[in-house]
Write a protein that binds this ligand. Structure first.
Ligand code: ADP
Ligand code: MG
Length: 256
C-alpha cells in the first residue's frame, strides 16, 4: 500500500550541508501496524514528513496506492508529538475534530455523526464542549487522534505521539490506538524512539541506524493479538525481541 523507495534527505547546501537520511526503503501492507524505531536525532521526523508529503525528499520517492506522494495525500492523516500545538485553543473539542472535515463534501449531519463517532471511539464522547486547555495531556492527544480518525484515512502516520505523557497514560494510549486500528481498519505507521513501545504495538518493526540513516533491519513481530500491557510484556518472545532491537540500536551507537 505504501512504498518508501530509496528515500534520502540532505538539509542545506555547501558547508552547512547535513545528510539526515542516506537511503531508506521499506513497504507497508494494507492493515499493517508498522513502527519505525531509531535513536533521537536519527531522522525519524524527517522521514515521516517526507512520507506525508510535507516536505520533498532530496532523493527517492514515496508511493501511496501506486501514486507518488508530492503533497499531503487525501487518504492519509498525520498525528504529531506536540498535540498541544496541533489543537486550536479557541475551538471546542468537537470543533477541533470537525475542522479538517469542513473541506470534505458531506452533509452537516454526516459531519456531526463522524465527529461523535470518533470522539466516542477515543473515550471522549462527553468532552465535546470542553476546550483543549481544560484537558490533560493524554486527553488532548486523544482529541488529536479522534480528529485524524474522523477523516477516515486509509493510513495514519504518527510521530512519537505518546512521548510527552506519563507512563500510565502512555500504556492506555497504546492500547487505545490498537483498539481503534481494529475498529477503523486503518493502516498505521508510528515513529518512536521507544523500543518497548515499538515491540508492543507492531506487526513489523523497521529499525533505523544513526544519521546518515539507513534501514538496519526489518523485524516481524509474532506476538499474537490482542496485546496486553502485562501479559504480552511478560512473554519470553517479547523480551527476546526487545533485546534484539536494543542491541541493534546500541551496537550502532557504540560504533560511532
Ligand atoms: P528525529 O525525529 O529522529 O529525532 P529529525 O528528523 O527531527 O530526527 O532530525 C534529524 C536530523 O536532521 C537532526 O540532526 C536535525 O538537527 C536535522 N534537521 C531536522 N530538520 C532540519 C532542518 N529543517 N534543517 C536542517 N537540519 C534539520
Ligand atoms: Mg522527531
Amino acid at each position: 500500500m505504501l512504498v518508501v523507495d530509496k528515500l534520502g534527505k540532505t538539509y542545506g547546501t555547501g558547508a552547512t550541508q547535513y545528510e539526515a537520511i542516506d537511503e531508506i526503503s521499506f513497504e507497508v501492507r494494507r492493515g499493517e501496524f508498522v513502527c519505525i524505531v531509531g535513536p533521537s536525532g536519527c531522522g525519524k521526523t524527517t522521514l515521516l514528513k517526507a512520507m506525508a508529503g510535507l516536505h520533498s525528499p532530496t532523493r527517492g520517492v514515496t508511493r501511496l496506492n501506486d501514486r507518488a506522494v508530492t503533497g499531503p495525500p487525501a487518504e492519509m492523516a498525520v498525528v504529531f508529538q506536540e498535540y498541544g500545538r496541533s489543537l486550536m485553543p479557541w475551538l471546542t473539542v468537537k470543533d477541533n475534530v470537525l475542522l479538517p472535515l469542513r473541506s470534505r463534501k458531506m452533509s452537516s449531519a454526516e459531519r456531526k455523526q463522524r465527529v461523535a463517532e470518533s470522539l466516542n471511539s477515543v473515550g471522549l464522547g462527553a468532552a465535546g464542549e470542553k476546550y483543549p486547555w481544560q484537558l490533560s495531556g493524554g486527553m488532548q492527544q486523544r482529541v488529536a487522534i479522534a480528529r485524524a480518525l474522523a477523516y477516515k484515512p486509509d493510513i495514519l502516520l504518527m510521530d512519537e505521539p505518546f512521548a510527552s505523557v506519563d507512563a500510565q497514560t502512555r500504556g492506555d494510549l497504546e492500547d487505545l490506538i490498537l483498539k481503534v486500528r481494529d475498529e477503523f481498519g486503518v493502516t498505521i505507521v508510528l515513529v518512536t524512539h521507544d523500543i518497548d513501545e515499538s515491540v508492543y504495538l507492531s506487526d513489523r518493526i523497521v529499525v533505523l541506524t544513526n544519521a546518515p540513516t539507513r534501514v538496519n533491519e526489518v523485524i516481524d513481530v509474532d506476538l499474537g493479538k490482542p496485546r496486553d500491557q502485562v501479559e504480552t510484556k511478560e512473554l519470553p518472545a517479547f523480551a527476546h525481541l526487545r533485546a534484539h532491537v536494543y542491541r541493534l540500536i546500541r551496537h550502532r551507537e557504540a560504533e560511532q
